[in-house]
Every structure is written in C-alpha cells, then in structure tokens.
Design a protein around this ligand. Structure first.
Ligand code: CU
Length: 407
C-alpha cells in the first residue's frame, strides 16, 4: 500500500501543492481581511494578492488540465509527455496486475554465442513488451516498461544478409501501446510503423540485416522519449559476413537515464517527471536498468581479451564511456564494424541512441570500474566493476594496492 501512496503523494504535492496552497492562502486572506477591515480595504488588498498571483503565473501561463507537470506545454509531433490524472487513476486501478520483477537488470553475460554458420538464414525473433514494477535502488521503485521483463531488453544477434522475422507482442497487462524501431533496419520507422501493438496484440514484420554493426533498438510509440525513459531499449548485433574476431569474454552494457519526480534516493514508487526529461536532468543514470546492476557479475582472467558492447538508450546524455585502469585496444566507434577500429583509446563517446564496441586485453588482476567519465554521474548510479583475477606481473604494474582510490 505504501507504493501507491507515495506515488499519489508525489503527484498531488509536487504537481499541485503550490497551486493548492495558493488557493487556500487566498481564501484565508479574504476571511482575515473581512474580519479586520472594511470592504474597500479588503478589495484593495485582494487585488494586490491577485496581482502577485498573476505575476507568478505569467511565465507559465494558465494550466490547461489536471495533469503533471502542471504547466508543461510541448510541441512534439505526437502527444506530450505529461501525466494526466486519468492516466494516474488508470495506473493505480491496475497496480496489482503489474508483475513485480525481483531484478530488473539484464545480466551483462546474457549474450547469444557467436554465429558460426556462413549462409544467411531467416531468423525468427519474438519480443514481448511488458510494464512491470521493480527496484531502481533499495526501497526506490519504478514503473518500468520493458522488452521481455528486463532493462535493457534481450541482446539480439543475427548475421549480415539474414532475413529477420520479428514478432512484437504487447502483454495484456500493459496500459500502453508499444512498437519497435531497430536501427539495424532499412525501412519506415525502423519497423515501428509495422509493429504498433495495443495491449494483448501481436504483429510481425521482416527486414533484411544489410549493414553489419551494433545497433540500438527501442520503442518509438506515442511520446517516444517517455517510452524510452521507462526502459524500452536494447542492442542488436548484425555480425559481419566473416564474423567478429574471437575474444574470451563478451559483455552487454547499456547506459540510460531515469526521470523521477522524487529526488535521488527518495523512497517509494517514483512518479515520472516529464519536465526533468525535457530539461535533461535525470535523477538516475545507470548501466543495465538499475543502480549496482554491474557490481558483481563481470569477471575475467589476466591475459583474456574482453569485448564490451556498450549502448546508450539516452534520451538526453552522451556517454563518455571509460574503464578505470584500462585502455581500449580497439574501439569500433559508433558501432561501425566495417571500418578499421580506433586503437589505444582512453574514453569513447556513445551517443544517445547509439552504441560502440570496445575490446581490450586485461593485463593485471584487480577491480576495473566502468564509468561514464562525466564523473558526477557516477553518484547517480552509472558504474560497474570488471573483476580481474590471475597472476600479477610486476613488469606491467608494480605497487601496493589499497582500497578506494578510483574504486
Ligand atoms: Cu512503448
């Protein structure tokens, strides 16, 4: 019961608290003035109060509807990102139908193996959009919208030349319609216009994977950034015809932003804040859906070659992806798997709605921290750890390792 309460509290108090307080202040002022003063003075003072009110509301204009945020007007091609009270009511009515997901994070090891075949094939993929409740941080819950119940969605892997037959199903517990736009597609909307699915519906379309690369896919329905900042994105790898160079370890990492009305760390179910999204001020910036998602599950041995597929769901920030204590031997910039990779790179940019593929050999045991090197973001959650075990080679690194200091 605590969760819906915190949600309604945020909706009413943060959305309309000031407005409600203002109205009541006006009534109180009127009552007080009537007792203490004549009609003339009451009217004069009320006009002054009204003048101050007008001054306060002039920059915002008048609210148009009972919605959150109260004053947000937008000019996008589709419906705005605001939360009308009707939607909040619908959400609360259906609250108990949403699946509660124990761990929203997609495991970074959850990647299909390299494709061995050389012939192109028809590859059938089914994805399910599902709206769920899960924890962003201990005690902080979000209404996530997902592909297959995790953030990011599944890592899809096909080969250049394959015909991909993609079926998108929208779970019947969803409250919103969804679709899928894959950046690996050459065709209208990247598939979005062929996959609009209402709750309970399912649609299929085909596309030829013509360009090798590592691509973002995401929902592009309605107010697209709202759908994306609820968790609807993932990566699809189109392997080049000759395959990718062999590596020892592959990891799937995706950065993204979450916009809550509650401040960073505020407990309870969080209300989506469209104003913060338009301002580009996320409360949470994370790898793989929640804070701490990559703290324990990335391991490698000294001497192994590590490949990380790094995606960025955005919707506002560009990631300055960096691994503390490592140098990327190769960076396939912006997910380009056709050109030769850049070499010996410290930090690489991953644009919103883009991806990169980085590779490096791990030379020395220890903890290597993955960050967005716009480092204040680390405190909002965007970090992970690659744990490297094995023999220490003093010709590579020699020193007494203390805890802390970049870890
Ligand atoms: Cu959607």
């Amino acid at each position: 019961m605590f969760e819906p309460l915190s949600y309604v509290w945020q909706y009413l108090v943060q959305g309309f608290g000031l407005f409600i307080a203002y109205v009541f202040a006006g009534i109180l002022l009127y009552l007080l003035l009537r007792r203490l003063h004549s009609w003339k003075i009451t009217v004069a003072l009320l006009v002054m109060f009204l003048g101050v009110s007008v001054f306060f509301y002039v920059p915002n204009g008048l609210p148009r509807a009972f919605e959150y945020p109260f004053f947000l007007k937008t000019y996008g091609p589709s419906a705005g990102p605001v939360l009308p009270f009707a939607n909040v009511w619908e959400f609360l009515k259906n609250f108990n139908n949403f699946e509660r997901v124990g761990d929203i994070a997609r495991n970074p090891l959850d990647i299909p193996p390299p494709i061995e075949r050389s012939e192109a094939e028809v590859v059938k993929i089914e994805l399910v959009t599902k709206e769920v409740i899960a924890e962003m941080a201990p005690g902080v819950t979000f209404n996530y919208w997902t592909f297959n119940g995790t953030v990011p969605g599944p890592f899809l892997r096909v080969k250049e030349g394959d015909m991909v037959e993609l079926t998108l199903k929208n779970d019947r517990t969803s409250l919103h319609a969804h679709n899928i736009d894959l950046h690996a597609v050459n065709g209208p909307g990247g598939g979005a216009s062929a996959t609009n699915v209402n709750p309970g519906e399912s649609k299929t379309f085909r596309f030829k994977a013509m360009n090798p690369g590592i691509y973002v896919y995401h929902c592009a329905h309605g107010n697209v950034p709202s759908h994306m900042t609820h968790g609807l994105y993932g990566l699809i790898l189109v392997e080049p015809k000759g395959g990718l160079p062999k590596v020892d370890k592959e990891f799937y990492v995706m950065q993204s932003e979450f916009y809550s009305a509650g401040a960073l760390g505020r407990q309870g179910l969080q209300l989506f804040d469209a104003q913060a999204m338009l301002d580009g001020k996320p409360q949470y910036i994370v790898f793989n859906g929640r804070t701490g998602a990559l703290a324990e599950n990335m391991n490698a041995e000294v001497g192994e070659t590590v490949r990380i597929y790094v995606g960025n769901g955005g919707v506002n920030l560009i990631s300055s992806f960096h691994v503390i204590g490592e140098i990327f031997d190769r960076v396939y910039r912006e997910g380009d798997l056709v050109s030769s990779p850049a070499k010996s790179v410290q930090t690489t940019l991953v644009p919103a709605g883009g991806a990169a593929m980085v590779e490096f050999k791990v030379d020395y045991p220890g903890n290597y921290v993955l960050v967005d090197h716009a480092l204040s973001r680390v405190d909002r959650g965007v970090w992970g750890v690659l744990h490297v075990t094995g023999k220490a080679d003093s010709t590579v690194f020699d020193g007494v390792i203390e805890s802390g200091g970049g870890h």
